[in-house]
Design a protein around this ligand. Structure first.
Ligand SMILES: [Fe+2]
Length: 434
């Protein structure tokens, strides 16, 4: 498989760009943050985290490491799960006051995404809303670099430490939108699997399905050669479709999650499984940061927009709340059944990487084989049974489709086109699986 195995298309891109931060992976690497910040020439940094980590051992380790390298740090912990535009305004105001030279973020996707967006406003001004695509904002491009950002991941799912994407809930619409720019990419990512040792089983399951969907969406995304060629190479978004580099990361991430997810959920002391899942999440983050996700993520936004009667234990937030990975995976089996017809080989390969039983399967079986394997993993890890399991019924399908249909950039990255009715049909097929 060479680097030109994607078929060229008229007017389509003929090249792709890869961007990842300097990445350090391994147990104990949180202790290196201070040395790394010092090597970047930083003397005073903002430390962004959340209220639940603020006084815990992970943040203490990072603070001690900064301190032993004579780097001052000022902490901002006013960050909610699934941050909103007000969180970003508060974070940006904090940065303006604290006069830090750089950022260290310690947390999951919510913290790291907040850090990226606050750094953007701190460097280039304006209001966060301006940077969202119309009609939410003006689609203002990120004009240039941000202050150096060292992102330290504490969960094994989002991969945000390796992406140039920030996902923010816009309060006026009560739904999430994406800002994407190569300038949002952290300069360094620290992934220390020790952070996952104390995660509850349902958090490992949710973040594990987030990583699974990141990888599978990348592997089945519209090829980069089917995305329009850009005139200005600097204007190329990293949401550029499936490409040889994202394939490489996605394949490995799928093999890891297929093997280790049930073990990592079942046993917190299974360090091999949990370390592997952390590595899989990093690889999946690298993959989607360089290709983009598609329908399962686009359609998760309708779920989190309209949830109103669901309680999720184990998360320090008020209900209603559906964890991100669950909001993505509840519709995924139905969605991949829909998209398989456009790229059956890739869907069959994806199923094989997840160790599906695909003996004797033909292209016509691709959707069913892949969906069946995702459902097996859902059942093995006790996650909700489709949309019905998170409080939705058939009378919600229309509103879910209307809400998610606004996520046109992700929808356009899918291998198969879909209209509003197609989204309604996918949601209907996702109501329950067993
Ligand atoms: Fe995700």
């Amino acid at each position: 498989m060479g680097c030109q195995y994607f078929e060229p298309c008229d007017g389509g891109a003929t090249s792709f760009t890869v961007a990842i931060p300097k990445l350090t992976f391994g147990r104990g690497t949180l202790q290196e943050v201070g040395t790394r910040a010092q090597a970047l020439g930083l003397k005073r940094v903002a430390l962004f985290t959340d209220p639940h980590l603020e006084n815990g051992p992970l943040v203490a380790t990072v603070k001690a490491s900064l301190d032993s390298n004579n780097i001052e740090c000022v902490v901002f912990a006013d960050i909610r799960i699934e941050p909103d535009d007000d969180t970003i305004r508060r974070g940006a105001a904090f940065l303006k006051d604290c006069k830090a030279e750089g950022m260290v973020s310690v947390g999951g996707g919510s913290v790291i995404d907040t850090a990226k967006a606050a750094l953007l406003i701190d460097a280039h001004g304006g209001d966060i809303r301006e940077y969202f695509a119309a009609p939410i904002g003006n689609g203002k491009p990120v004009p240039g670099p941000l202050a150096p950002h060292i992102a330290c991941a504490t969960t094994s799912g989002t991969g945000s430490e390796c992406t140039s994407i920030s996902v923010i809930r816009v309060n006026e619409f009560n739904t999430k939108f994406v800002i994407a720019s190569p300038h949002l990419l952290p300069v360094q990512a620290i992934v220390d699997p020790q952070c996952c040792d104390s995660l509850p089983a349902n958090v490992v399951a949710s973040t594990g399905f987030d990583l699974l969907c990141h990888a599978l969406e990348c592997y089945t995304a519209r090829a980069y050669t089917k995305h329009l060629q850009v005139k200005d190479p600097n204007a190329r978004q990293l949401i550029q479709g499936a490409n040889p580099f994202s394939d490489l990361s996605a394949r490995e991430a799928l093999e890891i999650v297929g093997t280790y997810l049930p073990r990592g959920v079942a046993d917190a002391s299974d360090h091999e499984a949990r370390d592997q899942l952390m590595w899989g999440a990093t690889l999946a983050g690298i993959a989607f940061g360089n290709s983009g996700t598609h329908l399962p993520h686009a359609m998760s936004y309708g779920v989190t927009h309209l949830m109103n009667d669901i309680t999720t234990d184990g998360y320090p937030v008020k209900s209603p709340f559906v964890p991100h990975g669950i909001s993505v995976v509840v519709s995924a089996p139905a969605i991949f059944n829909y998209t398989a017809v456009a790229e059956p080989e890739r869907h069959l390969e994806g199923a094989a990487f997840l160790q599906a039983d695909s003996k004797g399967a033909t292209k016509d079986d691709a959707g069913e084989v892949l969906s069946k394997r995702i459902i097996e993993l859902m059942r093995a890890t006790h996650v909700p049974n489709g949309l019905g399991g998170v409080g939705f019924g058939s009378d919600h399908v229309k509103a879910l489709a209307e809400s998610s249909f606004r996520q046109q950039r992700a929808i356009a990255n899918a291998p198969r086109e879909s209209n509003l009715t197609d989204l309604e049909n996918m949601y209907s097929n996702a109501l329950s699986y067993w």
